[in-house]
Design a protein around this ligand. Structure first.
Ligand code: AMP
Length: 348
């Protein structure tokens, strides 16, 4: 890609195309890119293209049988001057090494990916940032309160279960297929997902919005009387089906900013080159009745909960005074980097 050099005539964003896989948060990303004046490409799996045609967010749709074939499109994407915007589906479609080798310019720091992909490395990062994490139990015999058992690589929290003693753990795990798991303290409180954006151009952390999840079946069990829940022998699962908007109690905002800034600062110590996380990321938290945040996961990329705010959130309204989704914010960052001849700072 011909990045403009300092001193030469300024580069222009209309030479570039914003591209992503047609899934997850692609509608928002592509719509936001168009709002910023970019032309856009959706890479769609056969049979899943309908929304991208209907909502007209893509100037071009490239069809593939499987998302993993995107690597065969590299020459074409390079010729089109495409910039890839990653989201959750990328990490299901590609092996990490495959992904790291993609030559098409990518918005974000690839060096951070392995720190997100591994739950133990994630914990190390979040601890470095000084955040409060739910306790991890090394063996079932240590269980001394409510715990959640999470399977590695479980998509959408499928099969996760609760227990409060070693005996209950062994009884329940027997009914499941053998897989690696972690035993984590279950925090009783209000789950809140925080959507951040960090700009390496302005060095500012922005709080974009919040959501909570709508999960099956856990979010519908409360519709059944407790007695019926027991009679039916229900098992909870946490399979994500959608997202619900949230605004937080305003006095929680200072802590929310502090946590985000601590995560960015800690990320600079992770991978040698001092270049930490930037762009969108999310902390998955539970707030306890005494208003303490427990952080149980980080997503180092745009999360689907931001799809609630294609025309901006109550918070971006305050900051921007114009519709500003997280997808649009990404496109704005790329546009600003092009204007300042700093595209290399934000692409990998
Ligand atoms: P995850 O796949 O880690 O995002 O978790 C799936 C679901 O379990 C979400 O609804 C979370 O709110 C819930 N969850 C995960 N970990 C905990 C925890 N330690 N305490 C309470 N709820 C949790």
């Amino acid at each position: 890609m011909g990045l403009a050099k300092t001193g030469k005539k300024s580069d222009s964003h209309d030479r570039y195309r914003i591209a992503t896989l047609g899934s997850h948060s692609a509608l928002q990303i592509l719509y936001g890119a168009k709002q910023e004046g970019f032309s856009t490409i959706a890479i769609c799996e056969k049979g899943r293209e309908r929304p991208y045609q209907s909502y007209k967010v893509a100037d071009k749709i490239i069809m593939v049988d499987r998302f993993s074939e995107t690597k065969k499109l590299q020459q074409q994407l390079l010729k089109e001057n495409a910039i890839l915007i990653p989201h959750g589906t990328f990490f299901e479609a590609f092996e990490m090494e495959e992904f790291e080798k993609l030559k098409v310019p990518y918005f974000g720091n690839k060096g951070i990916l392995k720190w997100e992909a591994d739950r133990l490395l994630q914990r190390e990062w979040l601890k470095k940032a000084g955040l409060t994490l739910p306790k991890i139990y090394k063996k079932p015999e240590e269980i001394d309160g409510p715990v959640i058992i999470k399977f590695y690589g479980a998509r959408g929290g499928k099969g996760f279960f609760l227990a409060r003693s070693a005996e209950e753990f062994y009884r329940k795990i027997k009914q499941r297929e053998a897989r690696s798991y972690i035993i984590q303290e279950y925090i009783i409180g209000a789950p809140i997902y925080i959507h951040y954006f960090y700009s390496p151009l302005t060095n500012e952390l922005e709080v974009m919005s919040f959501d909570k999840r709508y999960e099956s079946n856990v979010d519908s069990i409360g519709r059944i009387a407790a007695k019926d829940q027991l009679d039916l022998g229900l098992e909870t699962s946490y399979n994500i089906t959608g997202n619900v908007p949230v605004v937080v109690r305003e006095s929680l905002l200072p802590e929310i900013f502090r946590m985000g800034e601590a995560v960015v600062k800690a990320s600079r110590t992770l991978n040698g080159n001092g270049k930490g996380i930037y762009g969108p990321f999310s902390l998955e938290t539970v707030i306890t009745p005494d208003l303490k945040f427990f952080v149980f996961e980080i997503s180092a990329r745009i999360v689907a909960g931001t799809n609630l705010y294609t025309e901006g959130s109550p918070y971006t309204a305050l900051k921007y005074g114009e519709p500003m989704s997280t997808g649009r914010r990404v496109a704005r960052e790329i546009k600003n980097a092009i204007k300042q001849n700093k595209l290399k700072t934000i692409l990998n």
